[in-house]
Design a binder for this molecule. Structure first.
Ligand code: NCD
Length: 308
């Protein structure tokens, strides 16, 4: 039962619960009209303390498409945060007005912390610093399911900023719970996957490399990511690493005909725009699945899917 639960990291949900969200997303995709009023009379609070395009818009679109309403801010300077109000007090107040809340914050652990103040309202973490981004993981899993038939038995290349990429941390931990997954971690040595994630994996299930060219031909899925400028202490270090990998048409020639290229977006330079026309590039479809999976998540956490 997912009703009333918080989603702070993907590990909060059992694999069968995650699968049930994807199943509901499939049903919504098949019959969006049928679900267009299930959230009538419900309010979602959208609290973004950090920039966002896809996550915020897809959550807000998701709630509106379910017949619910939204309140919130995308610039905390427009709320009482600018008067020095604590997060705990903000959440206690928002809980008086809304049924569910989504929060993105630059500080790791914030979503977990605020969930302790919410007694009746489910809290969804929309990204906390370089830590976790569970709804991007749901988006990624639904995309894999749609394009590859399911989430088991894939060789998954994860390329770019493995140190600071929160979408990567959440995805890798979750995919490792599926059967037959092998990871190829591709990054500059400075941006390697952190030990606290590697320690949770069976060493036989992953390899690390700095060379995308050497491994691209082995992959079923290539998950590209942006170097996370805002998490760097030194701008010089960022500038040195930002263009380390650029996926272009030439590199794609060496990839398998059925490999898919994913990216949580925003992209900076790591995928040349010439790749967009390649049928294996699925990142914009991925962004669209993000809205459907968030519709499913909201409906589950509010327990309204049967109001159809
Ligand atoms: C990601 C994020 O915010 O972590 N974007 C997203 O939510 N789709 C990835 C990123 O910013 O690089």
């Amino acid at each position: 039962m997912l009703k009333g639960r918080h989603l702070i990291e993907p590990g909060d949900f059992q694999l069968n619960e995650i699968e049930s969200i994807m199943q509901l997303a499939d049903n919504i995709i098949a019959d969006p009209e049928g679900y267009s009023l299930v959230c009538r009379g419900k309010l979602l609070a959208s609290l973004f303390y950090e920039p966002s395009t896809r996550t915020r818009f897809s959550f807000e679109a998701a709630m509106l498409r379910l017949g619910g309403e939204i309140i919130g801010f995308d610039d905390p300077n427009n709320s009482s945060v600018s008067k020095g109000e604590s997060l705990g007090d903000t959440i206690r107040t928002i809980e008086c007005y809304s049924d569910i809340a989504v929060i993105r914050h630059p500080r790791e652990g914030t979503a977990r912390l605020v969930s302790k103040f919410a007694n009746e309202m489910p809290i969804i973490n929309a990204g906390d610093g370089g830590h976790e981004h569970p709804t991007q993981t749901l988006t990624d899993l639904l995309t894999i399911r749609k394009f590859k038939g399911g989430c088991d038995n894939h060789v998954v290349g994860v390329c770019g900023d493995l140190l600071f990429g929160r979408t990567i941390h959440s995805l890798v931990k979750t995919l490792s719970r599926y059967q037959g997954i092998r990871f190829v971690f591709i990054s500059p040595t400075e941006l390697k996957m952190p030990a606290h994630i590697l320690n949770q994996l069976d060493p036989k299930t992953y390899q690390e490399t700095t060379s995308l060219d050497e491994v691209i031909g082995e992959l079923d899925i290539l998950y590209m990511s942006r170097v996370q400028r805002e998490r760097f202490v030194s701008e010089e270090e960022y500038l040195r690493l930002k263009n380390y990998y650029i996926l272009d048409k030439k590199k794609m020639k060496a990839a398998r005909p059925d490999m898919i290229v994913m990216h949580p977006l925003p992209r900076v330079n790591e995928i040349a725009t010439e790749v967009d026309e390649d049928p294996r590039a699925v990142y914009f479809a991925q962004a669209k699945y993000g809205m459907y999976v968030r519709m499913a998540l909201i409906a589950k956490l509010l327990g309204v899917e049967d109001r159809k």
